[in-house]
Design a protein around this ligand. Structure first.
Ligand code: PEP
Ligand code: MN
Length: 355
């Protein structure tokens, strides 16, 4: 990473970026109040740091060989001083702001009426962002793949519904992107692009989504360690897109016999991740639990653990849901979750604790 002198000119910064490009690196330029730093994207072991340090306007050029640095607190500390949590604004909604953000909606968009009815219920319950899967990552090829599963024309129709429901109920919308060929289309209609747990490792998809410069909801793979999760988030950040909302959604449970929950919600990872990165962290208790009767408690626990938001699946008739009905809660139960979580947030939020 290259730290520029205080007052370095734009010309000097551009020159450094050009010079590092000659050696096969890309420069991630971050401007602080007084200082600018340039992160090298690439294998730093081959970088001529002495040469970079001698360029006009450069204060220091130092190697940082961690798997993630652009999203680390260490990195921002260098140019911002004690680093603050990042706020990500999507329309009128702020992730990492003074209140938790609630993302809610159906697991899958099933029809125009289903989506609008659930969207209205979520809005009335106090949700801020509308979710709805159109390309569903199903385990069985014989299961309903989402309306976008078969052809992109159908997908576009469903995306228009999602977009329109978001407009009507004043909620930004998020939907999952499962392949590079879907990125352009989905980015036209969605406010936030979701990378599902199963695609956490797809570097090319992460790069393509990162390039869209739209906020990304990035879910942890159920087999990924925290360091791995953050290392793959760095692929998005390396495209100069730091609008990444990290999402813990449960990891593979251990032991023989029935586990009673679909996954193990790794709540300890929430405060641990927040020590490492300035990015906002949310929790999806729905996919972690797989049971609607456990959502209330685990939502409360997630906010107590420091999550800045939740993603919850909602359906007016869970028994009729085409996907994940067992974990969907009713809109009136979402309202109870939101009220309780807002109270818990009041108690645990750093602002409150500072007083
Ligand atoms: C989803 O949120 O729709 C989803 C499929 O979740 P995950 O990728 O966490 O399994
Ligand atoms: Mn689901």
């Amino acid at each position: 990473m290259i730290i520029m002198k205080t007052g370095a000119t734009q010309e000097q910064i551009d020159n450094v970026v050009r010079e590092i490009a000659k050696y096969g690196f890309r420069g991630d330029v971050s401007h602080g109040e007084y200082k600018t730093i340039i992160g090298l994207v690439g294998d730093e072991r081959k970088a001529p740091f002495e040469h970079f340090a001698a360029l006009p306007g450069v204060k220091e050029a130092i190697p940082v060989e961690t798997p993630y640095k652009l999203i680390s607190r260490e990195y921002t500390k260098l140019f911002k001083g004690p680093s603050e949590d990042k706020q990500i604004k999507v329309g009128k909604v702020t992730f990492g702001g003074s209140k938790p953000v609630y993302i809610a909606g159906p697991c899958a968009v099933e029809s125009h009426d289903q989506l609008f009815r659930i969207a209205e219920g979520c809005k009335n319950a106090g949700a801020h962002v509308l979710r709805g899967g159109i390309f569903k990552p199903r385990s069985s090829v014989h299961s309903f793949q989402g309306l976008g599963g078969k052809d992109l024309k159908k997908a576009e129709e469903a995306l228009i519904w999602l977009h329109d429901a978001g407009k009507q109920f004043e909620m930004p919308v998020v939907t999952e992107v499962r392949g590079e060929n879907q990125v352009d289309l989905i980015a036209e209609y969605a406010d936030i692009l979701q990378i599902g747990a199963r695609n956490m490792y797809d570097q090319d998809l992460l790069t393509a989504v990162g390039r869209k410069k739209k906020p990304v909801l990035f879910k942890r793979h159920f087999g990924a360690g925290v360091e791995e999760f953050l290392s793959f988030a760095e692929y998005i950040a390396a495209e100069s897109n730091k609008n990444i909302i990290l999402c813990e959604r449960g990891i593979i449970p251990m032991g023989k016999g029935k586990n009673y929950t679909r996954y193990t919600l790794d709540l300890g990872s929430v405060p641990a991740i927040k020590k490492e990165t300035y990015l906002p962290v949310i929790v999806d208790p729905s996919h972690a639990m797989g049971r609607s009767d456990l959502i209330f408690n685990m939502s409360c626990a997630s906010i107590a653990a420091g999550a800045v938001g939740l993603m919850i699946e909602v359906h007016y008739d869970p028994a009729e849901a085409l996907v994940d009905g067992a974990q969907a809660i009713l809109p009136q139960d979402l309202e109870k979750v939101i009220k309780a979580c807002n109270n818990i947030h009041e108690i645990v939020s750093p602002k409150k604790n500072k007083k």
